[in-house]
Structure formats: structure tokens, C-alpha cells
Design a protein around this ligand. Structure first.
Ligand SMILES: C[S@@+](CC[C@H](N)C(=O)[O-])C[C@H]1O[C@@H](n2cnc3c(N)ncnc32)[C@H](O)[C@@H]1O
Length: 254
């Protein structure tokens, strides 16, 4: 009976349109395929909520993003704009903290370029860590579009005095920066084990309030993203990730 009444009210309010819930689902469908799976099995209680993405139209952000994606020689999915906006917005918040920025998993450096352009004045140390050579990384799926051109990285970031590139794999390569404190850590690699180990290793070096943003925490495509076991392991270690609907996850150092 209640369902019938609800449906009638919705039909009256939205006679020829899809309900707000359907609209929301289609918005997310465009931004990340994996959300189809989530939306089918979970009720997010969004029946009375519509969303807008006005923030993504911010001119300064749009300009910086267009330049960053053009620097990537492969086709960069337009739908990543929301994901990249989140990176920039969190990094901007982290500017108020006393600590360096660290990117683990850089590839062509889209996220790092955005942060460098949008977080000003950037006086912090910025560390970029990646193997930039997939043949040296047996634990990650091979992806053609990932950067294996270290010269490109040097050309792109070499002129920034405060940017330091670390050609090596986490968690081991983190030993090079044991003395640093971090305000923002972006982890964007495809190996759950390396991510869990890196979080454990880096957490003590994070200042209070620091942000650790996990790019693939909730994604569910081509073997990337976190397995249930890895999520359980992180929880057992005492970490509570804030999961976003687009697949990113956030930890805040408390
Ligand atoms: C999804 S891409 C990163 C995209 C990047 N965040 C951007 O802004 O475009 C993943 C990258 O992680 C790197 N990677 C994989 N395992 C790694 C590890 N254990 N440590 C560091 N980098 C790793 C790969 O070489 C690849 O370049």
C-alpha cells in the first residue's frame, strides 16, 4: 500500500520524466561504469535527492584539467574529470597543513599537474613515485596506456625546484623519504597489497589532519580496485576509509 502511494505521488510529481533516483543513477553511469554494479545492489536513499556538478565547471579547474589531459598521449576518459576534481579539492584543503605532498602511482602525471597548477603558491615538497616501467612490476596488471617514458616525466616536472621524482615501487621506495612528513598522499596504483603496505608505512609520517586519497578503493574493473580481503585487512589494522560513489576512498589522519 505504502509503495503504491509512493509511486502515485512520484508519478504525479514527475509525470513524463524519470524519477530523481533514476536521474542520479544515469549521471553516475556516465562517470564510472563500476557504479552500475553498486547501484543495482544498494539503495543509497537518494529518492529525494538530485545532484548537480556545478563545481566541475570552475573555469580555473577546467583549464588546468584540459591542459593536463592533453599532455597524456593516450585517450583520457572525460569521465575522470570528477575523480580529478576530488584530487585537486582535497589537495587544496591540505595546503593548510604543514607537510609535503606525495603521489604514489603517477603515470603521465595528470593528478600531479593539476595540483601543481591549482595549489598556489606551492612551496611544499612534492614527491612523485612510480616505477615508470611495468616490466619491473610483477604485481600489477599491464596497462598499455600507463607511462613508461621517464624522460617525459623529467621534461614535465624537471623545472619545478620542489618536485622530486622517485623512480621505484611502493612500499619499498618509501624508504627514501623516511624523514618527510606528509599532508596529502595520493595512492593510485593497481596492487592492493602494495597499497595496504604503503598506508601502513606512511601513516606515522602523516601530520594530524592529513589526507590519504585512494584512487581505486571502490572501483571494480579489469582487476583494478580493492578486493574484499584487502578492505578487511585495512579495517583490521584500524583504518576506516570514507568511500566515495565514484570509487575513490579517503583516509584522514586523526
Ligand atoms: C592508474 S595509473 C596512475 C594515474 C595517475 N594517478 C594520473 O594522475 O594519471 C597507475 C600507475 O601506478 C604505477 N604503479 C603500479 N604499482 C606501483 C607501485 N607499487 N609503486 C608505484 N607506482 C606503481 C604504474 O606504473 C602506473 O603508472
Amino acid at each position: 500500500m505504502i509503495t503504491f502511494l509512493f509511486k502515485s505521488v512520484m508519478k504525479f510529481l514527475y509525470p513524463n520524466k524519470s524519477s530523481p533516483q533514476q536521474e542520479k543513477i544515469s549521471v553516475y553511469r556516465h562517470s564510472d561504469q563500476s557504479l552500475n554494479l553498486l547501484n543495482i545492489t544498494h539503495d543509497f536513499g537518494v529518492g529525494f535527492t538530485t545532484i548537480n556538478m556545478e563545481d566541475l565547471k570552475d573555469a580555473e579547474f577546467k583549464e588546468a584539467w584540459e591542459i593536463a589531459i592533453k599532455n597524456n598521449p593516450y585517450v583520457y576518459p572525460k569521465s575522470f574529470i570528477y575523480r580529478d576534481y576530488i584530487v585537486a579539492a582535497i589537495a587544496k584543503n591540505a595546503m593548510n597543513l604543514n607537510g609535503a605532498f606525495l603521489f604514489i602511482g603517477v603515470s603521465w602525471g595528470c593528478a600531479a599537474q593539476l595540483v601543481l597548477k591549482l595549489c598556489k603558491p606551492m612551496t611544499k615538497n612534492i614527491y612523485l613515485m612510480d616505477g615508470w616501467d611495468q616490466s619491473e612490476n610483477p604485481n600489477s596488471p599491464k596497462v598499455e596506456s600507463y607511462c613508461g617514458d621517464y624522460d617525459f616525466i623529467q621534461r614535465m616536472f624537471g623545472s619545478y625546484q620542489n618536485v622530486k621524482t622517485i623512480k621505484g615501487l611502493a612500499p619499498y621506495a618509501l624508504d627514501c623519504i623516511k624523514e618527510e612528513n606528509f599532508a596529502f598522499v595520493h595512492i593510485s596504483i593497481d596492487s592492493n597489497q602494495a597499497e595496504v603496505d604503503s598506508i601502513q608505512k606512511i601513516y606515522e609520517q602523516c601530520v594530524k589532519g592529513a589526507f590519504i586519497l585512494l584512487d581505486c578503493y571502490g572501483t571494480n574493473n579489469s582487476g583494478k580496485g580493492w578486493t574484499i580481503e584487502s578492505k578487511k585487512k585495512l579495517k583490521e589494522l584500524g583504518f576506516t576509509v570514507i568511500p566515495f560513489l565514484n570509487g575513490q576512498g579517503l583516509l584522514i589522519k586523526t
